[in-house]
Design a protein around this ligand. Sequence first.
Ligand code: IMP
Length: 329
Amino acid sequence: MKKKVKSFDDWLLVPQYSDIKSRKEIDISSNLSNDIKLNIPIISSPMSTVTEATMCNSIRKLGGLGIIHRYNSINFQTKLLSYTSEEKYKSAAIGVTGDYEERLASLVEAGLKILCIDIAHGDHILMKDCIKHVKENFSHLYIIAGNVSTGEGFQRLTDWGANAIRVSVGSGSICTTRIQTGHGIPTIEAVFECKNFKSKYGLDSKIIADGGIKNSGDIVKSLAAGADFVMLGSMLSGTKETPGKLMYSEDGKKYKAYNGMASKAAQKSWKGSYSSIEGVSSTVPYKGTLSKVLNEISSNIRSGLSYSGCRSIQELQENALFVEQTSFS
Ligand code: IMP
């Protein structure tokens, strides 16, 4: 099979007539389920340099969701989860091999409500087995699973029992999967395809666009293409609430680490060894508080909806018009 695919920068949204007089009229909330509502459609990546308890608590106050990463010991992850304050939104990630059953049991004991089954290639039989295990033992959990990059993968994970699915493979800013393995699909393309499957086959799982989202324009494009949520790593990295020490360059500039979870550095730090390196470790300029960064992003998303003349994410998905731009536009 051969097919041409496009990325965020190939697309623009057409500005349309608007009767919205204030951005306050615009609602950018999105629901994971009838019970679990987010006031902003933003989830922080379950990565060791992005989401631990401080990030979870802070992003919740601002309307989003944080998922405690799994690159640590079971005890440590369970402790982190117990430090998160809001009962209904307690979220953490597991893998599908090794200690995952024990890890899951420990997290559930600590009040886990939203489980993220977090693997690079989610369209996989081990994902099916893991979801089955979760359903049989802890049927009350809300399941986020992924990543997938095709409509068929999205449909399979929905059929297996996932409630929300992380969409895109090989697109993350710290990802080298495309280089190492030749595989991947740009995030917006994967979102278009999964949305198409969702409509065509009446699938009720949510789409989380994940990876390669560089700015608030990419967030608006993801939502317009059909994503219910976006997951952000790089855009939230370097904020005060991320784990890790503040570092200083020789000329006094502040930095923080931002590491791909499959990078050599990240693998060495959590399991003492490394194999199949598909990520890089990096540093990013210190960005200040999460509230400063997220409030700016939220305000830009509202402006984005206003340019399309829409008061909600659903209206945006119904009315958005995409145009393809060339490199000369
Ligand atoms: P970003 O927002 O573009 O930085 O992408 C973050 C996303 O990249 C995460 O939510 C994961 O889906 C993915 N990711 C995290 N670590 C790695 C890695 O080491 N290799 C490939 N993808 C990764």
